[in-house]
Design a protein around this ligand. Structure first.
Ligand SMILES: C[S@@+](CC[C@H](N)C(=O)[O-])C[C@H]1O[C@@H](n2cnc3c(N)ncnc32)[C@H](O)[C@@H]1O
Length: 202
């Protein structure tokens, strides 16, 4: 039987407090406790090192995976609780975890890649155009938006699923899709509904 959902004071996923509460009470169904195969394989086969940003990093395991491949990566999150957990978990890379709001954060260097994992779906559909616009703003032509996208209708998120046509409408004006594949190691909350995708900035 699934564990009962704790009573939370914050219902607004646009507020850092919403995420703080969930991290503090260890109610984190999106937490993999490691790195997804799709990212591991991508890092291994991509000529690097790349300059990468992980927005909404949560516990940030992906940062260590990228840094171990000599990438120049930064993980950001606007939840102080998430930042604390990430810094404690990534060991020598703790200095690469920054408390910042994705919409305000200015990377110190030109990015080659933005990593997406349970960030778009953490926000309601009304925010998606802003996220896509910021992705496009932060990436130069040829830059990559890579990661996992959560599909389907789930109006009571997070996670908020997106329909494929809606994702295309959001991204195709500024990106082309260059990889789209099934995911074998999804967490239960995303199983059968997520795909590994790479989008290249036009
Ligand atoms: C569903 S969790 C996913 C965490 C991580 N990406 C993972 O897959 O384990 C969403 C994360 O995005 C963060 N977040 C939401 N809005 C944000 C924003 N505007 N700027 C930075 N982080 C944000 C939350 O604090 C939370 O850690």
């Amino acid at each position: 039987m699934a564990a009962p959902v704790p009573a939370f004071a914050s219902r607004d996923p646009l507020s850092p407090g919403f995420w703080d509460e969930r991290f503090e009470q260890a109610f984190t169904p999106w937490e993999r406790g490691g790195v997804a195969q799709g990212l591991r394989k991508f890092v291994a086969r991509t000529p690097g090192p790349l300059s990468a940003l992980i927005p909404g990093c949560g516990s940030g395991h992906e940062l260590a995976c990228m840094m171990e491949a000599s990438w120049d990566a930064t993980a950001i999150d606007f939840s102080p609780a998430a930042v604390q957990i990430a810094r404690a978990g990534v060991g020598q890379w703790a200095g690469r975890v920054v408390e910042a709001d994705f919409f305000a954060y200015a990377p110190p260097r030109q990015l080659d890649l933005i990593y997406e994992q349970a960030f778009l779906c953490a926000m309601p559909p009304s925010m998606w155009p802003r996220i896509a616009a910021r992705w496009a703003e932060l990436l130069p032509s040829g830059g990559l938006l890579a990661g996992f996208f959560f599909f389907g209708e789930s109006p009571k998120g997070p996670p908020f699923g997106i329909e494929r046509a809606a994702l295309d409408a959001l991204l195709l004006p500024e990106f082309e899709c260059i990889e789209d594949s099934e995911v074998a190691d999804s967490l239960p909350v995303f199983a059968g509904k997520e795909r590994w995708m790479v989008w290249r900035r036009r």
